[in-house]
Design a protein around this ligand. Structure first.
Ligand code: MN
Ligand code: MN
Length: 459
């Protein structure tokens, strides 16, 4: 892919990143015509704003870009890959608080475009010379992973059903030399994955579970589980049109853990990786699950269906029960699970639920280091009673309107044995506005944070 990053190009145009204070210093030593030009166009080093500088003969001699503000240093060049004229550029100096690799990754992520259905939507023709000190392998692994997740999430359900999502996972597994199997349709019942079957059975595109295993069996076990609801109509408790509109992205958890797994395998981290992807379509038909139906899960817990739109936790609970059965050193699930998490934290801050305080702290720190933030919310035990059912072990929804992200996490916790360090990430996986390096649309939220933690711990 290349990500518009190139080896040293002679004559590459220098890019100078400046804070407002830095702009004053730049003025003192800049050639008069550039200083006058920057003043004439009103360049004030606002974060993300840039100015093309003329050379003495009228050519392009440099680029100024504003840095600082609320954006992390890694995004300082991220808006330029699309905006600059075709040509080669180089960063003149890594700005204070920045990291060459992170800045290169920001640039690379800014070159993304979802081109499957729109030929003309091509990335820009500006190229950046690899900054000194950047770990190219790391940048390319992470950029490739984020691009994969964005592509999968953006693809509409018509072309990204359970079969296509599983096929994408199989391609990743095969490329990495991983073992994998896919349990399809009624085989799910025979292999005791009743909730995955229950949620997916009303679609004429059969549900399935992808199970990828890679690495040395003696290495620490890291297991990733991702919600793969390829389209969520809500089932019989149908969603309103506004809530259903973007439900092609309800498989984002599966896309993100698959992409994260790809990066882990490409880096050959010292882990025994397992990736479990329940892939379903939550659809409506005569055989659809009904409100007040009861399902006996893989773990043996009986679940009353309070609402068929709370399907994500149903498919995850069988996946988590299987994951927990081999006591991994780290168990992570990612899911576009609740609107309540968005109400609490907004679209740009995924919610972390964790049964281990030390793990929660390092994950939050890894998110901050990668500028891929997450925020811890509580597994508040007293709310567990809100999931009580009169005739089953648990209901899949709570009665009242409050604390929905917490009760969803508490539901999942029932299926994870207490001693297993477990993190549950409730993500939106969608940029509701464009920011440098993060175009509006699908986003691999928490991928870089988790990679940073796992690579640092098991590298
Ligand atoms: Mn739903
Ligand atoms: Mn859903």
């Amino acid at each position: 892919m290349g990500f518009s990053l190139i080896d040293g190009g002679d004559g590459a145009v220098p890019i100078v990143a400046l804070t407002k204070d830095g702009l004053a210093q730049w003025r003192e030593q800049a050639p008069a015509w550039q200083r006058d030009w920057a003043a004439a166009i009103g360049f004030a080093a606002e974060p993300g704003k840039f100015a093309l500088l003329p050379g003495k003969e009228g050519g392009l001699a440099g680029v100024l870009v504003g840095s600082g503000g609320d954006e992390a240093a890694m995004w300082v060049l991220a808006g330029l890959s699309e905006s600059l004229p075709a040509g080669n550029y180089r960063l003149s100096a890594v700005p204070e608080g920045g990291d060459a690799g992170q800045i290169a990754l920001g640039w690379a992520l800014g070159t993304y475009a979802f081109t499957r259905y729109q030929e003309k939507k091509k990335p820009g023709a500006a190229r950046l010379v690899w900054p000194d000190g950047a770990d190219r392998g790391l940048v390319e692994r992470l950029a490739a992973a984020v691009f994969l997740a964005r592509d999968l999430i953006s693809t509409p359900a018509s072309d990204m059903g359970p079969e296509e999502l599983a096929a994408a996972a199989a391609r990743v597994a095969e490329a990495a030399g991983a073992r994998y199997r896919v349990v399809v349709g009624d085989e799910l019942l025979r292999e005791n994955y009743p909730t995955i079957h229950l949620v997916g059975r009303a679609s004429d595109r059969p549900p399935r579970l992808v199970d990828i295993a890679w690495g040395d069996e003696r290495a620490p076990k890291v297991t990733l589980v991702g919600k793969g609801v390829c389209f969520d109509s809500g089932g019989l408790d149908l969603k309103p049109a506004s809530g259903m509109l973007n439900m092609k992205k309800d498989m984002a958890g599966a896309a993100i853990v698959l992409a994260l797994g790809q990066a882990i395998m490409a880096a050959r981290l010292n882990v025994r990786l397992r990736v479990l992807l329940p892939c379903v379509e939550n659809s409506v038909a005569g055989n659809a699950m009904r409100p007040r139906d009861i399902v006996r899960t893989r773990k043996g817990i009986s679940v009353e269906i309070g609402n068929t739109d709370a399907e994500g936790r149903l498919i995850l609970c069988d996946g988590l029960a299987e994951a927990a059965s081999e006591t991994p050193a780290l168990l992570v699930d990612i899911a576009t699970l609740t609107g309540a998490a968005r109400v609490a934290l907004g679209p740009e801050l995924p919610a972390l639920f964790c049964n281990d305080d030390a793990l929660a702290a390092v994950l939050v720190a890894a998110g901050a280091a990668a500028d891929d933030p997450l925020w811890r919310m509580p597994l508040w035990r007293p709310y567990r009673r809100n999931l009580d059912s009169k005739i089953a072990d648990i209901n899949n929804v709570s009665e009242g309107p409050h604390g929905g992200a917490i009760t969803a996490a508490l539901y999942l916790q029932e299926f994870v044995a207490p001693g297993i360090p477990w993190a549950h990430l409730d993500v939106m996986a969608w940029n509701t506005r464009a920011r440098p390096g993060r175009p509006e649309g699908a986003e691999a939220q928490t991928l870089r944070a988790l990679y940073g933690h796992i690579a640092g711990r098991f590298g």
